[in-house]
Design a binder for this molecule. Structure first.
Ligand code: R5P
Length: 293
């Protein structure tokens, strides 16, 4: 307990010094959120660039041991230091990522049907409720959505309920745009899907790069981060990341193009040079070649 007899007289009230600026929160669309939400978002987005490199390693939740992720415990911890955020499932974090890893985590909050099921786009349900997400110190909870597919209604309901629960707990929601195998990856589709997720409350949207991407990012009132998709040659993946950032993405949530790269640590760093330091695709590829083991 403070000792009142020894207290120094208060005198430095900063009279005449204006109070701190309360506006100007740097994450798009987040200026009116509550303190806990902003605090979590501020962990995810770099304070200087305003962008983020998220490492996605949640593929096993529907695909089992994907190439490059056979041993999460061996692959993920060494990469953590090269990215801003780790995105995975509860089971992966609890078994394979030490809690001493000082990185914000995005927790996959929904389950879906596996690749053996006839149609993954029917969607699933809640895998981790908000109390458990808070217990894991999640910086955001990710919800998979299936716009234009059989699982649309169910997944939008899961998104809305997650946004409700997350708002009460101060935890942002990452809305994930899923693309079915028969769906065209068009500007028209991504304009619709990204805007729809944001208007239903997602605080960050994960989507895909497409032609006309600058219009997709302009029309979406929250930050868009792009998934990498199937493995590309490293130069092509860096070129895609460069175009996405140049056209308004606030980062990447990339999996296979990092952990399936010939040198995943070098690739994670090269992506970071594009996302945070304005490297061109060519500069980043040179960096990758110079850095890889
Ligand atoms: C997709 O739903 C999963 O959430 C993956 O995390 C996502 O596809 C990103 O991984 P990749 O860059 O390998 O596509």
């Amino acid at each position: 307990m403070a000792d009142k007899d020894g207290a120094k007289a208060s005198k430095d009230f900063g009279v005449g010094v204006p109070p701190p600026e309360q506006g100007g929160f740097p994450v798009k669309g987040a200026g009116h959120l509550d303190w806990g939400m902003q605090h979590r978002l501020a962990r995810m987005f770099d304070p200087v660039s305003g962008n983020t490199v998220m490492l996605a390693f949640d593929h096993g939740y529907i695909m089992g041991p994907t190439s490059g992720l056979e041993r999460l415990d061996l692959v993920i911890p060494p990469l953590a230091g090269h990215v801003n955020v780790l995105m995975g499932t509860r089971g992966a974090f609890k078994t394979c990522v030490p809690p001493t890893v000082q990185k914000p985590i995005v927790l996959r909050g929904t389950y879906d049907t596996s690749v053996l099921f006839e149609d993954m786009s029917v969607g699933g349900g809640i895998a981790v409720d908000m109390a458990n997400a808070v217990a894991m110190d999640a910086s955001a909870v990710a919800v998979q959505t299936f716009v234009g597919a059989p699982g649309e209604k169910n997944s939008l309901e899961l998104l809305a309920r997650t946004v409700d629960a997350g708002t009460a707990a101060g935890v942002p929601t990452l809305g994930v745009v899923a693309v079915g195998k028969d769906m065209a990856r068009t500007e028209e589709f991504f304009l619709l899907a990204t805007r729809l997720l944001a208007e239903n409350g997602a605080h960050v949207v994960k989507s895909y790069y497409c032609d006309g991407f600058e219009r997709v990012t302009a029309a979406c009132p929250v930050p868009i981060v792009i998934a990498g998709g199937k493995k590309l040659p490293e130069a092509d993946a860096l070129a895609m990341a460069y175009r996405a950032i140049a056209e308004g993405a606030r980062g990447v949530d990339m999996g296979r193009n990092i952990f399936q790269a010939e040198d995943p640590a070098a690739m994670a760093q090269a992506v970071g040079q594009v996302v945070h330091h304005g490297f061109t695709a060519t500069e980043a590829f040179t960096f990758y070649q110079d850095t890889k083991a």
